[in-house]
Design a binder for this molecule. Sequence first.
Ligand SMILES: [Zn+2]
Length: 461
Amino acid sequence: MVNFQAGNYYLMDKDGQVHTIDSAKIKDQNLQALIENEVYKKSVAKKAPHIELMKKLKLVGYEGLSEPGHIRLTPKGTLIFDLLADRALQIALELGANPIKTPILYDLDLKPVSEHAKLFGQRMYKLKSGKRTFALRYAACFGQFSFLSDSIISYRDLPLKIFELADSYRLEQRGELIGLARLRKFHMPDMHILCHDLEEAKVEFKKIYKKCFEEGEKFGWDYVSLYNVSKGFLDDPKGFDYIRSLVKMEGNQVLINVVESGMYYWVLNIEFNFVSQQKRIIESSTAQIDVGNAERFNISYVDEEGKERRPVIIHTAVIGSLERFMADLLERASSLEIPSLPTWICPVQVRLINVSNDSLDFTIKLAEKFNHNNIRADVDDRNESVAKRIASAEVEWIPYIIVIGKKEVNGGKLPVRIRSLRKTIDMSEEDLSKKVKDETQGWPYRPLYFNMLLSKRPKFV
Ligand SMILES: [Zn+2]
């Protein structure tokens, strides 16, 4: 058994061997980057390509009338954001969660609020209203806990999952703000799971852990994990075995940060980190086991014998936050040979270009057909050369581009430029629809958020 010291970092191999940081051999460059960042507080990454891309693709802008760390989204950015929000809700519902909505202000004169705020740390926005001071929520915990405290919950209802997409506010230091990766206002798809006891929480936690990893893989990346664990949890042989079982399940070496028992409300807090090609660390998913807040917020359930009991609570955000996932998607895109987004989240999936006015009506009707079939298609009907309009679709990373001329109007197949293949292939309308449907199967859909005709679209910045 290792003699863990609070304040120290360790590495655990997938077979459960524990090493101190200096003695460990680290093969994985992403893990090495996490260690530099977390242990030595050095960021290896100089560049964050997503910042350039969010501007180039016209998705996100800074808001001059607000303060740094508060962004605005264009219609295209909003579409991507809403699709991610839909995905987060989809995951919550698949897991059996109950969605709710709660306020963003909480009274700091009330004991549970001030205690929780103290455990959270310094980076809280405070707002004065009359004689009272309020905390702007930094996650959905306050509102969901208060809601659960007022609810009547039986042992039969557990494990009970509550979900909310919470706009959250954290007063990060100015120098730490990075594009979409670190903001002062962001959106957390926050879920809390009430469990009978720690043993049940461990079982549920494993399911969430798996979900976080699976979701990352579906988006196209692997996480590197940081386990923050209380010394008490690790010193207990059952706790230690549990940590070993998680690492074994993950199948990778993980970084462990040991904290003093009782220092936080959780005993285990895992951060799943996306690592960009430039080795920038973006914490993108999280899960915690909380043993303190049920008591603090007076949350209870009635057990088999009619007695009130305190549940153990899991906090988790599988897509946490939506803005960070946008950053991850763009960072990942920038590392690809042909930079691109997954088809389901592309604001425009098919771009149609009419060669001349003669083919415009046909082109518009075809675009309408695609949209009717839940495929986002638009028409570049601007008075520009075909070559220029194709180039413009390339700049927007549109996966499928079709130029419509006389031949196509007269019933020929459609010459579809497939961006990922850098090739044009003749396809029927049905074949292309099927291809897009296959690629987007199982993911959320929303219609176009802007005019289908490019000639009728302002230049948003
Ligand atoms: Zn929480």
